[in-house]
Design a protein around this ligand. Structure first.
Ligand code: PMV
Length: 336
């Protein structure tokens, strides 16, 4: 069968209610629902996929370089799922490019697997609604589940054993919250010592605090859903910070402990609390993922203040600003 070449682009996303722990390792099913904002096109991955009967194995090129064995293995494992569904045995050529330079320490698996899911399924002749795409992207990387959609997105944990109810839904479209910004501080460009996959597994296994987190996260989910519906930054700022602190607390409670935030990250957290104190209102809120880079959510009115305070801190390599971005989309601009 002859297949066509397809290209898709997806943006990364940053969770404000975090996914940290799986109830099923193979199907990538989370222990709790999570909520994120999709980033803008400065933080995106574009991927072209073509299935070709002449290929003897999958071929992968990432940002101009041949993908290493680990990267290729992960992509092949994902393409195998697509091949089974499309009833084909053909291998594929995959070329992928990130708009954010590799080595900025920014998570690329969310945008990467959302773009790959969209391009590969279409190139294999499968027709998919966004929900199905989200279910498929989840099998590549948990955070990719949310990158299929733009705006504010919830990945519903679901309860079914087969994972069929564990997909993302859009809570609000990208143009609803126009003045919301993510001010990103690049603190460290190195690869993390403990991958999120290994880290969250160890947390579940060894952290006594983790069961407490699962009890309190539901309340934070409700609060954030409501704040997003009302585009009310003040009412969610404290919850965003408490949620990030809570995730990093269970990371620290893991044995051996996992440290993702460093001294610079902590200085940023202090500075945000100081700004909120001086403004007498929660005008900014930090969140940290599995790394030391800070994401400070704020509104356009306070972006200048946030950047000013970050400029006064030592150890930040670069500051970037992202709007709320769109979901996965197809493009005619093929990469080969
Ligand atoms: O799906 P992964 O392996 O990219 O894990 C993401 C984990 C966090 O970024 C820490 C939290 C999240 O919800 O994105």
């Amino acid at each position: 069968m002859e297949f066509q070449k397809f290209t898709a682009t997806a943006n990364s996303n940053i969770a404000i209610i975090k996914y940290w722990g799986k109830r099923d390792e193979e199907l990538i099913l989370p222990t709790n629902s999570s909520i994120s904002f999709t980033m803008d096109e400065q933080f995106s991955t574009s991927t072209t996929v073509e299935f070709d009967s002449k290929l003897k194995r999958d071929e992968l090129n990432l940002d101009g370089k041949v993908g290493n064995e680990n990267e290729l293995e992960r992509v092949t494992k994902f393409l195998n799922i697509v091949r089974v569904r499309a009833k084909t045995k053909q291998f594929a050529k995959v070329v992928s490019k990130n708009t954010f330079p590799k080595g900025t320490g920014m998570a690329s698996s969310a945008s990467g697997f959302a773009a790959l899911a969209a391009a590969a399924s279409k190139a294999a002749g499968l027709s998919m609604q966004p929900r199905d795409l989200s279910l498929l992207a989840r099998l590549g990387s948990g955070s990719a589940t949310r990158s299929v959609f733009g705006g504010a997105v919830e990945w519903q944990a679901g309860t079914k054993k087969d994972g069929s109810d564990s997909y993302a839904v859009q809570l609000s479209p990208q143009d609803k919250w126009k003045d919301l910004r993510n001010v990103i501080s690049i603190v460290d460009e190195k690869e993390k010592k403990v991958s999120s996959r290994v880290g969250m597994k160890e947390t579940i296994k060894t952290s006594p605090l983790y069961s407490q987190r699962l009890k309190t996260v539901e309340e934070r989910l409700n609060l954030v859903r409501k704040a997003i519906a009302n585009t009310d930054f003040h009412s969610m700022a404290e919850t965003i910070m408490r949620e990030s602190n809570d995730m990093h607390a269970v990371m620290l409670d893991t044995f051996p402990p996992i440290f993702y935030m460093n001294d610079v990250s902590r200085e940023i957290a202090y500075a945000v609390h100081q700004l909120n104190y001086e403004c007498d209102a929660p005008v900014a809120a930090y969140t940290f993922d599995a790394g030391p880079n800070a994401h400070v959510y704020t509104t356009t009115k306070y972006v200048g203040e946030v950047k000013k305070l970050l400029a006064e801190l030592k150890g930040i390599k670069e500051v970037k600003e992202s709007k709320i971005g769109e979901g996965a989309r197809f493009s005619e601009k093929h990469l080969f």
